[in-house]
Design a protein around this ligand. Structure first.
Ligand SMILES: [Zn+2]
Ligand SMILES: [Zn+2]
Ligand SMILES: [Zn+2]
Length: 437
């Protein structure tokens, strides 16, 4: 693939990536394999540690009993990357290092192994650590991770500073700077349904700056990161992604960006705050009721207490009814939670009712094709399909397809899956109409 991007210095933002050619909406801009990656601890029992597929049953590494694989082939291919990690894990058992510590260790092991020359646009040495901008409290947390890292890799790399001097760039030789770089620059790897499954480092793509209405999105296929355009882009334009969930209020987005990424966002969407009014629309007292209920509901979600969560959501939604429009952000979050809970409880009709109610707000808040919108449509379509509302299902799947062929590409497994679902609906509709005659 001829490169259609180059690095440049973005005014006021430091390094960035820009287009060198015309890029049209839906085009694959860049794809990259991780320099290092790992399945997150939370999902380590459900996801293959090599190819990142989700499987019901996985083979377990007989030594550390932590790493899991689809089959012997995945295990074999993973071994060179897992060998040193496996020994370290065994020593630390039953304790498990955090995801960022495991990722940093995998990065060190990867850099210590002979590797093919890479064509990165941006080297690890140049990555920001933002240590100077961090609060004392945050630095304290990173110091703890750094000592955990040293303890964890001790068996394989007893002295980071001395042993890896040749392999690691100068600014990565102390555990604290390394862990700071890893936490600032790692990407969350998600599955097709956008559920987080791991973390990875993709150095060149760390060049991408943030925008609250970005012109590109990232989607994963296994561990491969694919950057796709969701707007038409002119040569010379900066490429942007969103570092955070864009469906939130200006104030909340800015706070999250400042806390996590240490900058103040001046994007067009932040400067105009135009959507905030709609996100907060509705009768004041009732909006407050919804807003204040969110932390408790999120707590129930974290405990997977679906029964109580659904009861809480449906009670609130009937209490506010039409006094708060469906576009209100708090109402939308609660309707989404109600959808989640009903799916977990297998209450399909209820789930469909909630799902359908979220769709107009998703269309409103995702004006460009966006994976989150596509996946939401697909969820609703699957419910309609399951409940045998074939015409509705086909219509919803078509809308999802229009988005996902741009955000995921024609060949992504999710798009293929969607195409199959549409076929199923069509043949069932054909069957029905032919059996009428
Ligand atoms: Zn696998
Ligand atoms: Zn192992
Ligand atoms: Zn912004």
């Amino acid at each position: 693939m001829a490169p259609i991007v180059e690095r440049f210095v973005s005014p006021g933002k430091g390094n960035g990536l820009r287009a060198t050619a015309r890029i049209s909406r839906g085009q694959l801009v860049y794809s990259d394999r991780p320099l290092a990656c790992c399945v997150s601890n939370k999902h380590s029992k459900e996801v293959c540690h090599h190819c990142f597929s989700r499987r019901e049953t996985l083979l377990r590494c007989s030594q550390c009993k932590m790493a899991r694989y689809c089959d012997a082939t995945c295990q074999k291919q993973a071994w060179s990357g897992h060998k040193r990690e496996c020994k370290c894990l065994c020593i630390l058992l039953p304790r498990l290092p955090t995801d960022s510590v495991r990722l940093a260790a995998r990065l060190i092991f990867a850099l210590l192994s002979p590797r093919s020359c890479s064509s990165e646009l941006y080297s690890l040495d140049e990555h920001e650590s933002h240590l100077d901008l961090m609060s004392e409290q945050k630095k304290e947390g990173l110091c703890q991770l750094a000592s955990m890292l040293e303890l964890y890799i001790h068996h394989e790399v007893s002295n980071l500073t001395e042993e890896v001097t040749s392999a690691l760039p100068p600014s990565c030789r102390d555990a604290l700077s390394l862990i700071a770089k890893v936490t600032c620059n790692c990407f969350t790897i998600s599955d097709g349904e956008l559920q987080e499954i791991g973390v990875g480092l993709y150095p060149s793509l760390s060049l991408l700056n943030h925008d609250c209405r970005p012109n590109c999105v990232m989607v994963f296929e296994g561990t491969e990161l694919q950057l796709r355009a969701i707007q038409d882009i002119c040569p010379g334009d900066e490429l942007t992604i969103s570092y955070i969930e864009t469906l939130s209020l200006t104030e909340d987005r800015q706070k999250q960006l400042e806390d996590q990424y240490h900058f103040l966002c001046h994007c067009q969407r932040c400067e105009s705050s135009e959507e905030d009014g709609l996100m907060l629309s509705g009768e004041g007292e009732k909006c407050r009721l919804l807003k204040e209920a969110l932390p408790r509901l999120e707590g129930l979600k974290a405990e997977s207490n679906w029964e109580e969560m659904l009861e809480g959501c449906s009670h609130l939604l009937s209490a506010v009814k039409g006094d708060v429009p469906d576009e209100n952000l708090y109402k939308l979050r609660i309707t989404d939670m109600a959808l989640d809970a009903s799916v977990h409880l297998g209450r399909w009709e209820e789930a469909l009712r909630y799902g359908v109610r979220t769709l107009p707000a998703y269309s409103r808040y995702y004006p460009d094709p966006h994976p989150v919108h596509g996946v939401q449509l697909m969820r609703v379509g699957k419910l309609q399909h399951h409940l045998e509302c074939m015409e509705d299902a086909l219509d919803t799947f078509k809308q999802a397809f229009t988005i996902m062929k741009l955000t995921h590409g024609e060949d992504h497994p999710m798009t293929t899956d969607l195409r199959m679902k549409m076929e199923e609906c069509r043949s069932e509709l054909d069957y029905k109409s032919s059996s009428k005659h």
